[in-house]
Design a binder for this molecule. Structure first.
Ligand code: ASP
Ligand code: MG
Length: 406
């Protein structure tokens, strides 16, 4: 007997027929004698609709009321799944975030889970009842509903699995696992049987949208075994596990990309101490995240060009913040460029293999793709390139690292 948390994403609960399909999958685990708790997200498209209604009603919305509205999607699916389970003879009960409760901090719209009161869930295990928890939501210190940021029901599921010490957390989504690259672009992408927490964390934060980044962080910290799989096919998915569970480590496990980057170049910034602080300080104050940075010293050694990236959605605001600081910074020009993408190769094998970055650079060179910015970490090399070369770059790199399916 195992204790399992099953999480179903929006496409898995997109309509009543699919919710009934989910109920049958849950029943199978219950019939095998497992203790099962379920986390659901809202029906596909519902959260987007709720967010749109909020923006339509009021441009600068109150985050508390935003949460009240957008948390409602999960209330519907948790109740419907409880009904669908009861209908096929499985004892089930739904729980909203505030009912358990799932305690979060007070950052409405992107709250973090602090603790989950698992008493009710544990009691239900003993009674052979399935507890269904509405994902994406919790209870803030102000006694109001909070939500965990888009994609947050993954995090709800992993947090619940950690709190009840589940043997596994199965995350059912619209893909059947984690791939070496986006199969919609790289047709030769392969499904991975296993991937390490660290690689998954990099993949998620570098733009692969399979799991919410925060959920992977949480899984890694609490050593929760996560499986990513599809509710539509009956096959094992990808296990996200500890590094020592993987015997044959690939040098590169995956190639991710993010279209969510925009580049800003400041031309001829005076080259003196304090300049970087004067630029990035105001951006940080405006809560704008800066990702990649490169600085070139120019010939005259008195000025420098500084290039960095921010999220595409923050570009206009970032330029505004920089312009505001112009008198103090004394640069010649600010050049924004939204038509860039970041491509990252990721693999824990990089720690022990040299030449991974070089292979990336030479592969891109052979396709005549110009690299604009480079950044690296212990298990990742990222480059910024013009958006128009994305598909070419992904396919060429996938082949170059020997990842293509046979
Ligand atoms: N329904 C929420 C969203 O669409 C949470 C989730 O699906 O994970 O972002
Ligand atoms: Mg999701």
């Amino acid at each position: 007997m195992a204790r399992i948390v099953m999480k179903f994403g929006g496409t898995s609960v997109a309509d009543v027929a699919r919710i009934k399909n989910v109920a049958r999958r849950v029943k199978r685990e219950v019939d095998s004698g497992h203790e099962v708790a379920v986390v659901v997200s809202a029906m596909a498209g519902v959260t987007n609709q709720l967010v749109a209604w909020v923006s339509e009603t009021c441009r600068l919305h109150d985050a508390r009321e935003y949460d009240t509205v957008v948390a409602s999607g999960e209330q519907v699916t948790s109740g419907l799944l409880a009904l669908a389970l009861q209908d096929i003879g499985v004892s089930a009960r739904s729980w909203l975030g505030w009912q358990l409760p799932v305690h979060t901090d007070g950052v409405h719209g992107k709250a973090r889970i602090k603790t989950i009161d698992t008493d009710e869930v544990i009691k239900r295990f003993a009674d052979q009842q399935v507890a269904i928890m509405a994902g994406f939501q919790g209870l803030g210190p102000d006694g109001r509903i909070t939500t965990l940021g888009r994609g947050g029901s993954d995090t709800s599921a992993v947090a619940l699995a950690a709190a009840v010490q589940a043997d596994r957390c199965d995350i059912f989504t619209d893909v059947d696992g984690v791939y070496t690259s986006d199969p919609r672009i790289v047709t030769k992408a392969r499904k991975l049987d296993k991937i390490t927490y660290e690689e998954m964390l990099e993949l998620a934060s570098q733009g692969a949208k399979v799991l919410q980044t925060r959920s992977v962080e949480l899984a890694m910290n609490h050593r929760v075994r996560v499986q990513v799989l599809s509710s539509f096919v009956d096959a094992p998915g990808t296990l996200v596990v500890d590094e020592d569970e993987i015997v044959e480590k690939e040098v590169v496990s995956g190639i991710a990309y993010s279209r969510d980057e925009a580049k800003i170049t400041l031309v001829r910034v005076p080259d003196r101490p304090g300049v970087a602080a004067a630029i990035f300080g105001p951006l940080a104050d405006a809560a704008i995240n800066v990702d990649m940075i490169v600085q070139n010293v120019s010939d005259d050694t008195k000025t420098t060009d500084l290039t960095f990236t921010v999220g595409k959605a923050d570009l206009a605001r970032a330029v505004h913040v920089i312009e505001e600081a112009r008198s103090q910074l004394n640069f010649k020009e600010v050049r924004p460029d939204p038509d860039v993408v970041k491509v990252s190769v990721i693999g824990v094998g990089m720690r022990s293999h040299a030449g991974v970055a070089q292979r990336m650079f030479s592969t891109l060179a052979s396709k005549n793709i110009n690299i604009q910015v480079i950044s690296t970490s212990e298990i990742k090399v990222s480059v910024l390139i013009a958006e128009e070369y994305l598909e070419l770059a992904l396919r060429a790199l996938h082949t170059a690292y020997g990842l293509d399916a046979a």
